[in-house]
Design a protein around this ligand. Structure first.
Ligand code: FAD
Length: 300
């Protein structure tokens, strides 16, 4: 089977994050988004995992189909909150049985919800660094982890966050995917501190093109990210005009990518929200397609 792919400029690598669908209608939306984003020949795609294992079966089915039907290198997110080590490793075995070899290793939010106290399971992995060590010990797995340019809300300070990231890297993580952010200066400062701490793994910025400003503001407040005034000024006044809103959202994200590229960043992780059109517009506008090559080449 052949499919059209867009050749990316220089050595750019893209990854796309999806969430498992909760209904047939959502499944339709997911698979058409996956199909439409294939053209970018992603380095990998990933599927989120409900904290406490709430989406275990749908995540597993989705990742398996990404690999087998869609033919994409797929990673599964994995959280360890509320589970014993044995339970986590049983889950890992189930994913390995369908061919998954790449995990995004996460602690997960507290079981009482964001903002409540986190209590590690007495027989479990206490955090992302311990889970990374557990996965590394199995051998043969690629392990990505989370990173927080604006600090995780539970962290005492940025140093604590960076220490945790260092432990993850020391325990075998090969890349960190960041929480979304909009201000590239925040990312640049964070990257400086990460490198000064001797962490050498790629820190891949998480890019969230804004479909819905109010939703992003709510989510940002929960996860400690900032929605700067320039984003609100650009998108707020056109919130009820879907076409203009999409144009502006694409332009904002495209400019963010261009800025990150000027900082030397070559890997980008997209929070897709299971939709393709805005991401396609962003990548087209940011000029990520190789202009010297035919726009579409046939790939096996
Ligand atoms: P860790 O890396 O273990 O900790 C994050 C920070 O919090 C650390 O730097 C540390 O300083 C601090 N910290 C951790 N534990 C404590 C503690 N007990 N006391 C004080 N400080 C502490 N969630 C999902 O449920 N499913 C997903 O699929 C998912 N995917 C994600 C993908 C990415 C790229 C990112 C950035 C986040 C994702 N999340 C997901 C959200 C994530 O689960 C939450 O942010 C969670 O609260 C922390 O998980 P973690 O692995 O980042 O934690």
């Amino acid at each position: 089977m052949s499919r059209n792919t867009t050749r990316l400029s220089d050595d750019i690598k893209l990854s796309f994050e999806f969430f498992p669908p909760k209904s047939d209608e959502m499944a339709g939306q997911l698979w058409s988004a996956v199909d439409a984003l294939k053209r970018w020949n992603p380095d990998f795609v990933s599927v989120t995992y409900g904290a406490g294992g709430s989406t275990r079966d749908t995540t597993l089915a989705t990742v398996a189909r990404m690999t087998t039907d869609a033919g994409l290198p797929a990673a599964s997110h994995l959280t360890c909150v509320g589970a014993t080590r044995e339970e986590v490793l049983e889950t890992v075995d189930a994913f390995r049985a369908v061919g998954v070899r790449h995990f995004v290793a996460l602690r997960g939010d507290p079981q009482g919800g964001v903002g409540t106290d986190y209590r590690p399971h007495p027989g479990g992995y206490a955090n992302g660094a311990e889970l990374t060590a557990g996965l590394s010990a199995l051998g043969g797995l690629e392990i990505s982890v989370s990173a927080y340019p604006e600090k995780h809300p539970e962290s005492a300070d940025t140093n604590a966050d960076i220490e945790m990231l260092k432990r993850k890297a020391d325990n075998g993580a090969t890349r960190a995917l960041t929480q979304f952010f909009f201000d590239n200066d925040v990312f640049a400062r964070y990257l400086d501190r990460v490198r000064a701490a001797g962490i050498e793994i790629p820190i891949v910025p998480g890019i969230l093109p804004v479909h819905n400003l109010a939703q992003v503001q709510r989510f940002a407040a929960l996860c400690g990210a900032t929605v700067p005034a320039f984003v609100e000024t650009a998108l707020g006044p056109v919130d009820d005009q879907p076409e203009e809103r999409s144009l502006r959202a694409a332009e904002l994200a495209a400019r963010q990518l261009e800025g990150l590229r000027r900082l030397g960043i070559r890997e980008f992780h997209f929070y897709t929200m299971n939709r393709a059109s805005l991401i396609n517009a962003v990548l087209d506008q940011a000029g990520f397609a190789d202009c010297d090559a035919p726009a579409a080449v046939q790939a096996a």
